[in-house]
Design a protein around this ligand. Structure first.
Ligand code: F6P
Length: 475
């Protein structure tokens, strides 16, 4: 059945699970995007199109928790060339300041084009006359233009969840013009920050030759495309409720006891990704112990590394590097029952994450480059008593909003050591002052406000002929 709203993302918002009776089923993925988009989908007969993971072919559309989902199948070759290859071996490092070296392979590009075409065709099949289609993220940057060619009646929005690089880096890409033109198929292109939106508009002017004025691009066919910043957020109230729940409070206490009730707990939670700066932060912490500024009797660093993209070589190398580093630090500096680093290579449900946030005195978020970094916001949302310190990289999008964090340059190990120590020694009055201000920011700008503002802006784009999407009714 055609729909008035089609969400197109690389992944569906559900994960495959084994049910109690042993049969396969689906569970809603943790994460704010679903929470934000679900109400808009319900209000507009929406459908969500994406990859359910794995290599199952020809899965039929299905309903989960009242949401209509259309699974897109991927072959093993699609996964290798489109997902692990062009998306995560070319675009991901290129868009994150070349923290790793991007690889350029023509067969990866060909797979990217054909998977994007498949997504565009499926979106076209599912969209009602004049519907709104919201395409997400770097894996699908060609979809807007491909879709517009098939269905000029649609109103198309695109949102990039990761950074958009400056021209000096982007121009390395052999297919730079095709990607820019792909995005220009949208009426509204949303980015995490103003810098990213500016990079895009400048590149369009220089590389494609279109006229631009501020955040507008004027196309020769008379269409106008707007490129603007919509900083994403989290389900702040959901995290706050979780953090104050009895089971989470009890679990937080248990975690601290299991760690040997140290004076202060440092915490890092990241996908195991080379952009996150995990290695540098652990080195900085270990040097504070080696220098005698911290003692393992008083301080421990809990690092959760969520397994990610494990078939991509750079991620395997990173895992080995971190394993070795943690082993060396604990071997050199730990005592019996007192490791310097408590390292967990695993993913956890939201409840456990909230308990970890509650149990930590100092949250350490030090990416070399990050579109936003929602972990920083989740920590703040969970500190309902206004305690706790956040050490945050200047290169995370979140740093534009969470100005009261201890901001650090993750390339500067000595600078990070000073910030970690300052946060460790800070007076409660100081941490409370900072946390109160950050909590105001995170509470006022939640993910529902983010989705509403994108949808409202998309409905206002002058050039489009589609029907406006009704905003979600929120309680
Ligand atoms: O931040 C970009 C992103 O693609 C998210 O959309 C996603 O949740 C995360 O990275 C994990 O990526 P993947 O889908 O490759 O596991």
């Amino acid at each position: 059945m055609p729909n008035n709203l089609v969400i197109v993302a690389n992944r569906l918002p559900v994960d495959r699970v084994e049910q109690a009776d042993g049969t396969p089923g689906w569970r809603l993925s943790p994460g704010g995007l679903v929470t934000a988009i679900e109400p808009v989908m319900r209000a507009n007969d929406g459908v969500w199109l994406g990859w359910p993971g794995g290599t199952d072919q020809d899965l039929e559309p299905f309903e989960h928790d009242g949401m209509s989902l259309v699974p897109m199948s991927m072959s093993q070759t699609d996964i290798e060339l489109f997902y692990e290859g062009f998306s995560n071996g070319t675009l991901w490092p290129l868009y994150h300041d070349l923290v790793a070296k991007p690889e350029f392979h023509r067969e990866w590009w060909d797979a990217y084009v054909s998977v994007n075409r498949r997504f565009a065709e499926k979106a076209a099949d599912n969209a009602a006359e004049g519907a709104t289609v919201w395409v997400h993220d770097y894996q699908l940057q060609l979809v807007p233009q491909m879709l517009r060619e098939i269905r000029p009646d649609l109103r198309i929005g695109f949102y990039l969840h990761i950074p958009f690089p400056p021209g000096e880096l982007f121009q390395q890409l052999p297919w730079r013009r095709q990607l820019l033109e792909g995005l220009l198929g949208a009426d509204l292109v949303g980015f995490q920050g103003h810098g990213a939106a500016g990079n895009f508009v400048r590149l369009v002017r220089q590389r494609v030759g279109h006229k631009t004025h501020k955040d507008l691009v004027y196309l020769p066919d008379g269409r106008t495309v707007r490129a603007a910043a919509f900083p994403i957020s989290i389900d702040s109230q959901g995290f706050e409720d979780l953090a104050t729940s009895e089971p989470v409070a009890a679990r937080a206490k248990e975690i601290r006891e299991a760690l040997g009730s140290p004076t202060k707990v440092f915490l890092g939670i990241d996908r195991l990704d080379y952009t996150k700066g995990i290695y540098a932060r652990l080195r900085a912490f270990s040097e504070l112990i080696a220098d005698g500024h911290l003692d393992v009797e008083d301080a421990v660093f809990v690092q959760v590394a969520v397994p990610s993209r494990e078939q991509v070589e750079q991620y395997r190398i990173l895992r080995d590097d971190i394993d070795r580093l943690v082993g060396r630090i604990n071997g050199d500096l730990g005592r019996i029952g007192r490791p310097a680093i408590s390292y967990l290579h695993s993913s956890y449900p939201r409840e456990e994450m909230a308990a970890l946030y509650r149990s930590a005195d100092i949250m350490v978020v030090t990416p070399y480059r990050d579109g936003m970094n929602l972990v920083a916001k989740e920590y703040v949302a969970c500190r309902t008593d206004n305690t706790g310190a956040l050490v945050l990289s200047e290169f995370a999008g979140a740093a534009e909003e969470l100005r009261q964090a201890w901001l650090v340059n993750p390339y500067d190990i000595n600078g990070m050591k000073s910030a970690l120590l300052e946060a460790y020694r800070a007076e409660p009055k100081e941490t409370t002052r900072r946390m109160k201000a950050m909590r105001r920011t995170v509470t006022q700008n939640d993910v529902a406000a983010w989705a509403d503002s994108f949808m409202t802006e998309l409905a206002d784009v002058r050039s489009s002929h589609g029907k406006a999407v009704r905003p979600a009714k929120r309680s």
